[in-house]
Design a protein around this ligand. Structure first.
Ligand code: ATP
Ligand code: MG
Length: 331
């Protein structure tokens, strides 16, 4: 079976299809009817604050956790009933590396590879350790590694069997910016080789690398869209500085279309001395959604379980952010 021709997944079928997933831990509702569909061959990002339910959802995909209700289909298989078959076909990188600290990366990989009866194990180990740039350190015990190096060793484990689906739970948490860039370059390489990547993050600069992003809050998916489409839901603030020194501020959706009408009111006369446009960043919009005052109510939200349900006007603005601010913060 090759990754570009995954058995069990009909052509065009989603790699992961989650419907109305619910999970409670006693009084805590971790997942509250979450629905998500991940296309084969895409990099799909799940974004949300601490405790939003990202890891719980990932555990349900990997068949580690039994949901209270709802369905999880992975590569055409039922994640709960066929979890062993699912686990053989996906690579999972947990939020906290689950590696043996007294063993070297190579020994850890031998251990995991034998457990899954990986063929051509020695060659695969070399491939993945070179991929994460740890080949030189292959025989050092993990307890001598930095946090970022342990993350790389954990990614190597997830990649070992060259899985068609990679499930990565905050893979770049705590790693430096250069290493982070390397990770994302490698994720894109994997996508180009036909793999599907499901990744959680709460860093907005990372969400921009994804083909599509789902925003999760309190166990519910608020929206699933491309990063640019999510950003376009925010309001753009246009400030006109008039010759008499006064300012005219307006907030508009779809500013490309709104700008001509807005400026027409002034006849583009000499009266207008200065125009400043402040487009919201992806972070602004996502923070607005998480705070519950998203522009998602302004246009119907497609794809999310609760699409369009979060009405109310928004400024789409996050205090302190500059024009076209970099999407670099946490949610
Ligand atoms: N084993 C557990 N027992 C009790 N509550 C749990 C358990 N696992 C998760 N929870 C709760 O479920 C909710 C969702 O947790 P989850 O780990 O899925 O969040 P997360 O989005 O991954 O957060 P983070 O960004 O901090 O990793 C939280 O309120 C958490 O306290
Ligand atoms: Mg988590």
């Amino acid at each position: 079976m090759s990754a570009s021709d995954p058995a069990g997944a009909a052509a065009g079928a989603p790699a992961v299809a989650i419907e109305q997933l619910r999970k409670s831990y006693g009084p805590i509702t971790a997942l509250d009817g979450a629905s998500i569909s991940v296309d084969t061959g895409e990099i799909f990002g799940l974004v949300g604050p601490n405790g939003a339910g990202k890891t719980t959802l990932i555990k349900a995909i990997c068949g580690i956790l039994k949901p209270d209700s709802g369905s999880v289909s992975v590569l055409g298989l039922d994640a709960a009933r066929e979890r062993h078959a699912v686990r053989r076909r996906l690579g999972y990188m947990p939020q906290t590396p689950a590696l043996y600290e007294d063993l070297s990366p190579r020994e850890n990989l031998v251990f995991f590879g034998r457990g899954f009866r990986t063929s051509g194990l020695s060659d695969r180990i070399r491939d993945v350790l070179e991929f994460v740039e740890l080949w030189e350190r292959r025989d050092d015990p993990l307890h001598n590694f930095s946090g970022g190096m342990k993350q790389r060793a954990s990614l190597a484990c997830a990649l070992l069997r060259d899985p068609e689906l990679l499930i990565l739970d905050e893979p770049t948490a705590g790693v430096d910016p250069t290493l982070k860039q390397n990770f994302w370059r490698r994720f894109r390489e994997l996508k180009e080789r036909g793999r599907t990547i499901f990744v959680t993050t709460n860093m907005m600069d990372e969400a921009l690398h994804c083909d599509r992003v789902a925003v999760i809050r309190a166990g519910s998916v608020l929206i699933t869209e491309t990063p640019e489409a999510i950003r376009a839901r925010g309001r753009t603030r246009v400030t006109l500085g008039l010759r008499d020194g006064s300012l005219r501020e307006q907030e508009v959706l779809a500013y490309e279309e709104e700008m001509p009408r807005l400026l027409a009111a002034y006849g583009l006369s000499d009266e207008v001395a200065r125009i400043s446009v402040r487009r919201p960043s992806l972070e602004d919009v996502v923070l607005g959604m998480i705070a519950g005052d998203a522009g998602a109510g302004e246009k119907p939200a497609h794809g999310g379980a609760h699409g369009g349900a979060h009405g109310g006007r928004t400024t789409g603005a996050h205090p302190g952010a500059g024009a076209d601010a970099e999407d670099g913060g946490n949610v």
